[in-house]
Unconditional design. Structure first.
Length: 329
């Protein structure tokens, strides 16, 4: 699949800005993407991607200390009518808001003013004094989150075979809380995942993991909200994708969903005591080992303990996904 030139430029800028290693290059690439969308044909143009390029430009300028330039870059996004402020666009605006909270910028008057504008953008009914949105409030909005190499999207009926290749594989499920699934069981998971996306309020996010810019499911991720602004996460990748550092990026995308979009305070996960690769992944993602739940799951004819990990909203940094090594899942 070949993407239109504006989208290609946007994806390049998105990756560079996410990496955060060269803000000047990120700014240049984002400017090129924004300019390409200005002159794009009707077939090439997408207002969501254009808004993403504009927020990338704002992020690059914030990294360079150019707050007024960032405000100029994100202005077209903040001027979008309410009906166009979809999940992806509000998520991008939230990234700008988070960047303005970084050390050295909190006391800047221009940064404070832009933060207030973004808060008014995200919560138009309450102006610049937002309340915490209820967990699951994005119930009917399709999820699509992108990282440097991966993306999360909603599960589709056509994902059944790809998910069976994971959940039906004894090696892929060796450390999971269930034995290999049958085709009928996988189809039931697909059906439930699609149905849960329509719940109001939405409390379960069952998502396909794909390579950035591709549609093929290579893994399955889940975030379920709980009382007290908490959520639990889990995921499984196809064994062919193990050892590439994709697990850490998956955890960060789930954290972005939980912290940036759903407004949770705490996210936790559990692993099999024998799954050392999962331990490395969760620790590299910034989570802290909390302890052991004894006889947590009954699988393969025996009770099994689980080791639990958690991370709080103020502990998570989206840039922690960088610097992963090849021995992770």
């Amino acid at each position: 699949m070949t993407f239109p030139e504006p989208r290609q430029l946007y994806y390049v800028a998105e990756a560079t800005v996410h990496l955060g290693e060269d803000p000047a290059l990120g700014e240049s690439q984002a400017e090129a993407a924004v300019a390409a969308y200005r002159t794009a044909s009707e077939d090439e143009w997408a207002f969501g991607d254009e808004a993403g390029a504009q927020t990338d430009l704002a992020l690059a300028r914030i990294a360079r200390g150019e707050i007024e330039g960032a405000a100029e870059a994100v202005r077209p996004v903040l001027d979008l009518p309410i009906e166009q402020r979809n999940f992806g666009i509000t998520s991008s605006a939230q990234r700008v808001h988070a960047a303005l909270h970084a050390d050295g910028r909190r006391s800047c008057r221009a940064a404070a003013g832009l933060r207030d504008e973004i808060e008014a953008f995200r919560y138009p009914d309450v102006g610049a004094h937002p309340v915490t949105p209820p967990v699951g409030s994005a119930a009917m909005t399709p999820v699509h989150l992108a990282g440097p190499r991966l993306a999360l999207r909603e599960v589709e009926p056509e994902d059944a075979d790809a998910l069976l290749a994971i959940y039906g594989d004894p090696e892929a499920t060796r450390h999971l809380s269930f034995e290999p699934r049958t085709p009928d069981q996988v189809q039931a998971i697909i059906n439930r995942s699609i149905a849960s996306a329509k719940d109001t309020p939405r409390t379960e996010y069952c998502l396909a993991i794909t390579r950035l810019g591709e549609h093929q499911l290579i893994g399955y991720a889940r975030l379920a909200t709980e009382p007290q602004q908490a959520a639990t996460i889990g995921f499984a990748l196809h064994p062919g994708e193990w050892g590439k550092g994709l697990g850490t990026e998956t955890v960060h995308l789930l954290c972005a969903l939980g912290f940036n979009i759903l407004g949770v305070h705490r996210i936790w996960a559990a692993r099999s005591p024998l799954n050392e690769a999962s331990a490395r992944t969760l620790l590299r993602a910034g989570m802290t080992e909390d302890g052991r739940i004894r006889d947590h799951v009954f699988v393969r004819g025996a009770w099994r303990d689980s080791i639990t990990y958690s991370i709080l909203e103020h502990e998570w940094s989206p840039n922690d996904v960088l610097g992963v090594t090849a021995d992770e899942r």
